[in-house]
Design a binder for this molecule. Structure first.
Ligand code: PLP
Length: 416
């Protein structure tokens, strides 16, 4: 697909055409999961049917070779999408959650260098794997304080020390919107001799990833948030970091040699990404993901960003007029992300009730948004903000979708 695509792109998202009891859907919940792209679903279907859903290189017959070829192409597409130095830096996983669990288990902590510092905006999928490790005594877990809903970088500077092994931070928060000062955090961490991990679950779908320039040693994101199927994700690891990792998730496909001698078994793992993709792979997912990358490439990362800026500005301007809500974050920051969160002023309403209204009380439509703590318990607890209402955007989102939400919000607030 080489032709230039303009936004909003709705043709790739058949779910937008569906009617629910005659009602149209306004989908503003892409940060939870994006609607799936038709081309990605069709690529999966083709793999499952025409290629029989066969496995790749474990077998060497022609069907397995055809699958392996597509899997290899998907790895190259992922490398191009993230801006990796080579496809060998890409490890396919089932998503961000699995990736962080693998990375936390594989990271070479030592008793002398065992501190992990997290940004306070981390999703539970980043917080909990390190929290669990800290409970075993293997690491010491520290969380940067939150200041004005952002990681407090002065405090972070004071927390860094020679025992800091790893700093993990999201590049785009799913709680507050906008992007973080990731580049600064990464530079500070590296200067202190720590490795850096980026949670790009919210960043990758609507930003040029530019992994090599990011300051991270590793980053992760989930395919389902960019229009690809569930169960596939990417772990990018900078060359040099991969060799330092332990083989945490093991099984078939990662072994170069298993030996037995009088002293017992000895296992030698395959080098590069091959030593980290244990078990039969999610070929269907990777092939679908490659298609989603293809669509995003045809749109162009700069065009995606420009569209998100337009939508964020539009949403901010429209929502700022409601005195019963407070938008988290500033407009200049928010337009660098792809979502807006807000809270009721003085308990004017419960976000969960707004959700019920948006789903059940509009005549010809329903508006899909997300309310709650968004699995960002650290930020929620540290800020004292309980539940928020969140609207989030992707490449099919239009200003009209936002207007439909604003109109519904207005109805709800006057209905109170
Ligand atoms: C910032 C962030 N990190 C991580 C995750 C976890 O992603 P997944 O559930 O796809 O593994 C999410 C999902 O909402 C997220 O928003």
């Amino acid at each position: 697909m080489n032709k230039k695509i303009t936004l909003p792109l709705t043709g790739e998202f058949p779910a937008l055409e569906r009617r629910f009891g005659g009602r149209k859907m306004i989908y503003l919940d892409s940060a939870c999961t994006a609607l799936k792209m038709k081309s990605a679903a069709e690529a999966q279907k083709e793999f499952l049917l025409d290629l029989g859903g066969c496995g790749g290189k474990r077998s060497s017959h022609a069907l397995a070779r055809a699958v392996e070829e597509k899997y290899t192409a998907a790895r190259s597409a992922a490398a191009e999408f993230v801006g990796a130095a080579s496809p060998g830096e890409i490890i396919f996983t089932s998503g961000t959650t699995e990736t962080v669990n693998i990375f936390a288990g594989a990271f070479p902590f030592t008793p002398a260098k065992n501190e992990v510092i997290l940004s306070p905006l981390e999703h539970n999928s980043v917080f909990l794997p390190f929290y669990n490790l800290s409970k075993t005594g293997k690491i010491k877990l520290r969380v940067m304080p939150l200041k004005d809903l952002k990681p407090d970088l002065d405090a972070f500077g004071r927390m860094l020390n020679k025992k800091t092994a790893l700093v993990a931070a999201t590049r785009a928060s799913n709680f507050t919107g906008g992007v973080t000062e990731f580049g600064k955090m990464a530079a500070m961490a590296r200067a202190a001799g720590a490795a850096v991990f980026a949670d790009d679950a919210q960043y990758a779908p609507t930003h040029p990833v530019l992994a090599q320039e990011s300051g991270a040693d590793a980053l992760a994101f989930s395919g389902h948030k960019l229009g690809a199927p569930f169960g596939i994700g990417v772990l990018w690891i900078r060359d040099g970091m991969l060799a330092r990792l332990k083989h945490f998730k093991v099984g078939g496909g990662v072994v170069k040699k298993v030996d037995f001698s009088g002293r017992g078994f000895k296992v030698e793992y395959l080098g590069d990404y091959q030593g980290f993709e244990a078990g039969i792979q999610n070929y269907a997912g990777a092939i679908g993901l490659a298609k989603a990358f293809e669509t995003l490439k045809a749109v162009g990362p700069e065009a995606v960003r420009a569209h998100m800026i337009k939508l964020s500005r539009h949403a901010f301007a429209a929502l700022a007029g409601f005195r019963q809500i407070k938008i988290l974050g500033e407009p200049g920051d928010l337009e660098r992300g792809a979502l807006l969160s807000f809270v009721p002023v003085k308990g004017a309403f419960a976000p969960a009730d707004l959700n019920i209204f948006l789903n059940n009380y509009l005549k010809d439509r329903f508006v899909a948004i997300r309310t709650g703590r968004h699995c960002a318990d650290l930020a929620s607890l540290l800020s004292g903000i309980g539940e928020t209402a969140r609207i989030s955007f992707f490449i099919h989102t239009s200003k009209g979708d936002i207007d439909a939400f604003v109109e519904a919000l207005d109805k709800y607030l006057s209905f109170l």
